[in-house]
Ligand binder design. Structure first.
Ligand code: DAH
Length: 350
């Protein structure tokens, strides 16, 4: 019997040496320590022994069991450690490897232009204010010297919601709102960016929704030279200091006199090309001295106060600045177009 136990012990030790995984170890444990295993077999043979022999052999068997269990436990620990080390080795992260390129979104070209224009005006002491896109007829037209039935209303085909409410066709209502809301009737210097809506058929140069930036300055002794100086400065900042700027008489119901501002064509330098349609000049915005009716209607005494106003189309500015030939590009979310403007500061230009 003793020899058998000794031989079994050796056998177990030998088998444990070649175990390569925890799974194999478990299988081996079942083989030796399981119900049908050799140790159990020896235990069941005990009943045939005398009491004396039982005592002696029982002790030997117990020792065998304990020793085997300890051996298995030790092997398990070693194996688990090995497996963990292997895992750590194979899953090691090489932090010196170059990272996968992150896809970073960019600022929309229109937002860029709007922010650039905002910055220019903020640097000149203007506030940026916003107004509602669902607007009252009162502010969109009436307070801007466009009473019901005025023929100039037809130039701005509108989306009416009720008889008195519409999607604003211009950002000019925000100038009337700003004057109205200023109860002390103190001087004003604001720009008002935002979306506007017109019942136009969409094509390369028309969109039923686009953006505008309205500007308004009201104060004592504000005159045409302030308007000219301000807009000349903006035009040169936006399109280049070597651009020439010219003012042309025009008509808007809410300004008198009204002027349109052109810059000399940056493509041909004024000789005439397809961009400036052969004229050498490109129209960039509408402006004028605030009509006395508008000032009066918003509570400002036109004898005391004067002002100038202007309206810029960011789409037009962006199209001219970046050479974009279709206004629909701004609204169709084609990444191939938008990615041209993904220029993160400090990174390589795409
Ligand atoms: N609201 C005008 C438009 O949509 C643009 C404009 C022109 C605004 C002249 C002004 C202005 O404030 O003085 O066509």
């Amino acid at each position: 019997m003793k020899e058998k136990v000794e031989a079994l012990k050796q056998e177990i030790k030998e088998s444990l040496k070649s175990v390569a995984s925890v799974k194999e170890l478990n299988d081996l444990k079942v083989k030796y320590l399981g119900k049908k295993g050799p140790i159990n077999e020896l235990t069941s043979m005990m009943k045939e022994l005398s009491i004396e022999e039982k005592k002696e052999f029982g002790k030997i068997l117990n020792e065998l069991k304990n020793e085997t269990n300890t051996l298995f436990e030790q092997t398990r620990k070693t194996l688990e450690e090995q497996e963990l080390n292997k895992k750590l080795e194979t899953e090691k992260i090489d932090i010196t490897l170059p990272s996968t390129k992150l896809h970073i979104g960019g600022i929309h070209p229109l937002t860029k232009v709007i922010e650039e224009i905002e910055d220019l005006f903020i640097s000149m002491g203007y506030d940026v204010v916003e107004g509602p896109e669902i607007e009252e007829d009162l502010y969109n037209f009436e307070k801007l010297n466009l009473p019901k039935g005025h023929p100039a209303r037809d130039a701005q085909d509108s989306f009416y919601i009720t008889e008195e409410m519409l999607l604003r066709t211009q950002t000019s209502p925000v100038q009337a709102r700003t004057m109205d809301a200023n109860l002390e009737k103190t001087p004003i210097r604001v720009i008002c960016p935002g979306k506007v809506y017109r019942r136009d058929d969409d094509d390369a140069t028309h969109s039923h929704q686009f953006t505008q930036i309205e500007g308004l300055v009201v104060g004592e002794n504000i005159n045409l030279s302030h308007l000219k100086g301000t807009l000349e400065e903006i035009a040169k900042k936006l399109f280049g200091s070597d651009r020439e700027v010219r003012f042309r008489p025009s008509f808007f119901p809410f300004t008198e006199p009204s002027l349109e501002v052109d810059v000399s064509c940056f493509k041909c330098g004024g000789v005439g090309c397809s961009i400036c349609k052969g004229t050498g000049w490109i129209e960039i915005l509408g402006s004028g001295m605030v009509h006395p009716n508008v000032l009066r209607g918003c509570g400002y005494d036109p004898e005391k106060y004067t002002g100038f106003a202007f309206g810029i189309g960011p789409e037009r500015v962006a199209m001219l600045k970046y050479g974009i030939n279709d206004i629909r590009h701004f609204y169709t979310n084609d990444l191939r177009f938008l990615e041209n403007f993904n220029r993160v500061e400090g990174s390589e230009e795409k």
